[in-house]
Design a protein around this ligand. Structure first.
Ligand code: NAD
Length: 367
């Protein structure tokens, strides 16, 4: 009977972890469960060559455990490259908690989760992400020092989203400079998809500079707020991807550039905060290149948040974190130039530079 069950499982989902495409050379994956608080979490540690694996905790109502596992693996790998390209001495990791952040999250659950993080002795350091907040990080801080993004009142750097948005804004300006010959966004039509923590601050920078901002969100109230506060316009067409804009800024969830959307995109620049925007890095990166769309790699331009929380580890200095974030402008321009000169996509260019940093460090420590 058992053999039959195993066989059936093999036929449906063989190699559930190491065999997953998203596994992608992870060092360690930790499954955390606590019956009393209902905690079901997965911590993905992708790579620790450059330093401890730092990455936020996402709480999301995943349709099933496969979806949660796939998400944490994709996200933690992304963190490895994000920190590497940003010159931080950090590895890549991420965590997901399965559940609805609005109804399932409790302080007791966060304490338990913090204890699991502590058991890894600093190999993984957490921070906030979608579904978790600065107060959650403060609760985790009660049981472990391996947490960043705690409140300013407790000596932390607070919510990283405004710094992330600033970096996205810098990356967008660099992409505009490359594509349009000027980084001045005044008069440029920008579609911001997702008007949450990052999206709102980005909209504020854009409208201050005179860009014409259209917003799209599944939350009607948030869009109305953007209209009232920043004079944005709500997108009312049938298909947001074929919106007639100069710049598309994905600031909601990942994989919006996929087989179904890519041919419809009219924007000439894509620069946004969402992680893993390309459903398939190779294929969709190449199609964007062929279509002449300047794509600013997400993990490069949304690194402001990690730069900010990293500063908490090495001694927080807001001015220094902002200066490093502003430098995303220069790095993005360098990536565009390097990609063009070598006939590769911007995604490949950014990945190869990040990978080289990891490989060099590995060689150095092996000596
Ligand atoms: P958030 O949860 O505050 O905002 C997300 C917004 O997207 C919400 O308003 C939500 O209603 C909207 N949304 C969800 N699904 C949508 C859809 N299908 N179409 C349109 N809108 C939709 O999140 P955030 O902190 O602003 O982060 C936005 C994105 O940037 C996320 O993908 C996150 O992983 C990424 N990111 C955030 C940070 C950070 O510092 N917060 C850092 C790096 C990357």
């Amino acid at each position: 009977m058992i053999a039959e069950v195993i066989k059936a499982n093999e036929l449906t989902k063989a190699d559930p972890v190491f065999g997953q495409a998203s596994f992608n050379d992870h060092e360690q994956i930790v499954f955390c469960h606590d019956k009393d608080t209902g905690l079901k979490a997965i911590i993905g540690i992708h790579n620790t060559v450059l330093g401890p694996a730092l990455g936020g905790t996402r709480m999301w109502k995943y349709a099933n455990e496969w979806e949660a596992l796939n998400d944490v693996l994709r996200l933690s790998r992304g963190m490895t490259y994000k920190s590497a390209i940003s010159g931080l001495n950090l590895g890549g990791g991420k965590a997901v908690i399965i559940g609805d952040a609005k109804t399932d999250k409790t302080p007791e659950m966060m304490v338990k989760f913090g204890q699991f993080i502590h058991s890894l002795s600093g190999k993984y350091i957490t921070a906030e992400d979608v579904g978790t907040t600065t107060p959650d990080m403060d609760i985790i801080r009660d049981v472990t020092p391996y947490v960043t993004g705690i409140s300013e009142a407790r000596g932390g750097s607070g919510n990283p989203s405004p710094v992330t948005a600033y970096g996205v804004y810098m990356g967008m300006k660099a992409a505009a400079k490359f594509k349009f010959g000027s980084d001045n966004l005044a008069g440029k039509k920008v579609l911001v998809q997702g008007t949450g923590h990052v999206g709102e601050t980005l909209i504020s920078h854009l409208t201050k500079e005179g860009a014409i901002v259209t917003v799209s969100d599944i939350n009607e109230a948030r869009m109305q707020e953007m209209v009232a506060k920043y004079g944005a316009t709500i997108y009312t067409g049938e298909d947001v991807y074929s919106a007639d804009v100069d710049i598309y800024a994905p600031c909601a969830l990942g994989a919006t550039i996929n087989d179904l959307t890519i041919e419809r995109i009219k924007a000439k620049v894509i620069a946004g905060a969402a992680n893993n925007q390309l459903a398939n890095e190779e294929i969709h990166g190449r199609v964007l290149q062929e279509k002449g769309i300047a794509y600013a790699p997400d993990f490069l331009i949304n690194a402001g948040g990690i730069i900010n929380v990293y500063a908490e580890i090495v001694g927080y200095d807001k001015a220094e974190a902002l200066r490093k974030t502003e430098n995303i402008y220069n790095t993005t321009l360098e990536i565009f130039t390097f990609a063009e000169a070598n006939g590769i996509t911007t995604q490949q260019a950014a990945m190869s530079i990040a990978q080289k940093r990891i490989d060099d460090k590995k060689k150095e420590t092996a000596k």
